[in-house]
Design a binder for this molecule. Structure first.
Ligand SMILES: O=C(O)CCC(=O)c1ccccc1C(=O)O
Ligand SMILES: [Mg+2]
Length: 372
């Protein structure tokens, strides 16, 4: 049984090694809230808010998540003995949406639960793989710079390559990459920058043998995605459109996608991620784990999640050094020849380096359980 003593919110800001640009947002300084849940025995579990400073990817921000955690979600948990993290879905039932806020606390409880059971998070989730294959994402810049970055990542051994596209830079970019790398496992992420009026343009991408095209249309438009998928040979993968397992069910039923990107933050946590994984498995829809320019806390959660069987496509799970000067955890998370070993140690399997957390920390908020 988990009995919470304190929840500590560490608000940090780290500067990305190089700014990251997509069709809808540009990130230089990455704010995060690290969520540390400590129980009565003094064991801590860690989670992370992956929302951004502004609502460019989803409606949540670091500030809205801080409010939700401090004033709504943490108080809801305080007077509840928790025997399994799956219970949080029910406890949060009357709090609408705010998936990233919920996921941060849920992830911390999963870590704490696994630690108390003396098992790895991967084991607690039902993971089967001992190592996962890694993919990497190249943000928008000039075609020559993006191609150069891909060359470097090919040398590093990554197994899957994703480039950000928009109507301003798509066909020429993919054509350029394909000239240099005809067989590269390549995919493109549009972050909703197209509409059905662009169908002909998107059909031109079919000739390049992409693994998939991610989220071409609006987040709330699974109907148009279904229409588009009928016209394309390239598989559509949904990211922003899927925030619950019910969304996934509807998208699969409608034929809106043939692949789903699962991000625990976007869907409210690991329990919902697992549900979507299981649903997709039953429907022969492969899944992969998406990235959020996250710290190694979420990276560790993602590694554990991606060890489940139907994560059959390498995700946006790269070395910590892809984005960060210093890793918040020890040992450093590192892809070797495009693979990461799934840790067997308890919980997330990595240790927090508190001196590094403190170095990047803006503020710390400790919420004590007043019921004990
Ligand atoms: O973490 C990464 O490697 C980048 C992943 C990425 O593409 C991304 C990063 C931030 C917000 C949204 C997305 C996305 O998948 O759409
Ligand atoms: Mg995406």
């Amino acid at each position: 049984m988990i009995k919470i003593k304190t929840v500590t919110l560490h608000h940090i800001t780290q500067t990305l090694k190089t700014p990251f640009t997509s069709s809808i947002g540009h990130v230089t300084d990455r704010e995060s809230i690290l969520v540390e849940v400590t129980d009565l025995e003094g064991i801590s579990g860690w989670g992370e808010v992956v929302a951004f400073s502004t609502p460019w990817y989803t409606e949540e921000t670091i500030s809205t998540a801080f409010h939700l955690l401090k004033d709504i979600l943490v108080p809801l948990l305080m007077n509840q003995p928790i025997s399994h993290p799956d219970q949080l879905n029910h406890i949060f039932h009357n709090v609408k949406r705010n998936y990233m806020a919920k996921a941060s606390l849920e992830g911390a409880i999963w870590d704490l639960y696994a630690k108390k059971q003396g098992v790895s998070l991967a084991f607690a989730l039902g993971g089967e793989k001992s190592e996962i294959e890694c993919g990497v994402v190249v943000g928008i810049s000039s075609i020559s710079k993006m191609t150069e970055q891909i060359s470097q990542y090919v040398e590093e051994g990554y197994k899957r390559f994703k480039v950000k596209i928009s109507p301003d830079q798509d066909i020429e970019l993919i054509e350029g990459i394909r000239k240099k790398f005809p067989k590269l496992p390549l995919m493109a992420d549009a972050n909703s920058s197209y509409s059905l009026n662009d169908t002909d343009r998107l059909k031109e991408l079919d000739q390049f043998g992409l693994l998939m095209i991610e989220q071409p249309l609006a987040a709330d438009d699974i109907i148009d995605h279904a229409k588009l998928q009928q016209k394309l040979t390239t598989r559509i993968c949904l990211d922003e459109s899927i925030v619950t397992s019910e969304d996934a069910r509807k998208a699969i039923e409608l034929g809106s996608c043939r692949v789903i990107n699962i991000k625990p933050g976007r869907v409210g946590g690991l329990t919902e991620s697992k549900k979507i994984h299981d649903l997709c498995k039953a429907n022969d829809i492969p899944v992969w784990c998406g990235g959020m320019l996250e710290t190694s806390i979420s990276r560790a959660h993602n590694i554990a999640l991606a060890s489940l069987a139907n994560f059959s496509i390498p995700g946006d799970i790269s070395s910590s050094s892809r984005y960060w000067e210093e890793d918040l955890v020890y040992p450093e998370i590192k892809a070797v020849n495009g693979k990461i070993t799934v840790p067997r140690a308890e919980g997330i399997g990595f240790h927090m380096q508190m001196d590094i957390v403190k170095k990047y920390r803006n503020s710390v908020t400790v919420i004590k359980n007043s019921y004990i």
